[in-house]
Design a protein around this ligand. Sequence first.
Ligand code: NAD
Ligand code: GCO
Length: 249
Amino acid sequence: MFDLTGKTALVTGGGRGLGLEMAKALAKAGAWTVINGRNRQSLEEVRERLAGEGILVGIAAGDIRREIGGILTQATERTGQLDILIHSVGERDRRGTREMEPHEFAELLNTDLTAAYSVARAALPFLLRSAAGRLIFVTSIAAFAARAGDPAYTAAKGGLSALTRSLAVELGSDNLTVNAIAPGWFATETNAHLAADPALQAFVELRIPLKRWGRPEEIAPAAVFLASSGASFVNGITLTVDGGMTVQM
Ligand SMILES: NC(=O)c1ccc[n+]([C@@H]2O[C@H](COP(=O)([O-])OP(=O)(O)OC[C@H]3O[C@@H](n4cnc5c(N)ncnc54)[C@H](O)[C@@H]3O)[C@@H](O)[C@H]2O)c1
Ligand SMILES: O=C(O)[C@H](O)[C@@H](O)[C@H](O)[C@H](O)CO
């Protein structure tokens, strides 16, 4: 039910963090998996490291905001198909409303929301040719619950969850489903300084029912599930993986 043999997957932002964890899991489930990032050299290093662990992946270097055509060409080079697209790129710019100029707000929205639309649109011809195409966005619990002083990221992720519903309704079919994953607080590289901060630990214990940060690899099973035939009738959802943080009063 969760076997991805014969599928080809592209994970944007797959060179590190949650994207890398999801890519590894797709590859282990049998998909030919291609990781995207901006820096070819660092993708090559990741590829070599994974090969040492017995996980073989392809690479597709390029900036998703400008080079999606070339990224898709690289991603489909080997198999001529693309069945699963996990769009994990997401930048943060945590400046409050008093600090952030409108053009800076627009820039983050461009990276986190508009580019997601462009990536999805460019990949559509491939995904629709698949017997069971899977478009999966990576949003955030910021889509449902705001933290103070983070207007652009909050708006972008809220928009991305809405875009998930919109595309699921417009394009959903036996050939394509559109879903999202909303991670909560994960101790990824980007959050390492926060995860190591003892002052935040009390907050984590109070606010997250599991009383701890998510381990990066704990995001991966959600991706495998949504990508698999096991999720054939799941369309338009945002699957939250947050240790219960957003359901607690
Ligand atoms: N880490 C968390 O706790 C957390 C929580 C909620 C949501 N998320 C979301 O999950 C996703 C992954 O988060 P992460 O913490 O692993 O991120 P990260 O910053 O560690 O990794 C993102 C990767 O994307 C690449 N990237 C950035 N811009 C790009 C571009 N324009 N083109 C191509 N590649 C680009 C980066 O180089 C990096 O390798 C993001 O969308 C983020 O918003 C993360
Ligand atoms: O991408 C996100 O949505 C964020 O990374 C957060 O959810 C962090 O994990 C948290 O804010 C820790 O500071």
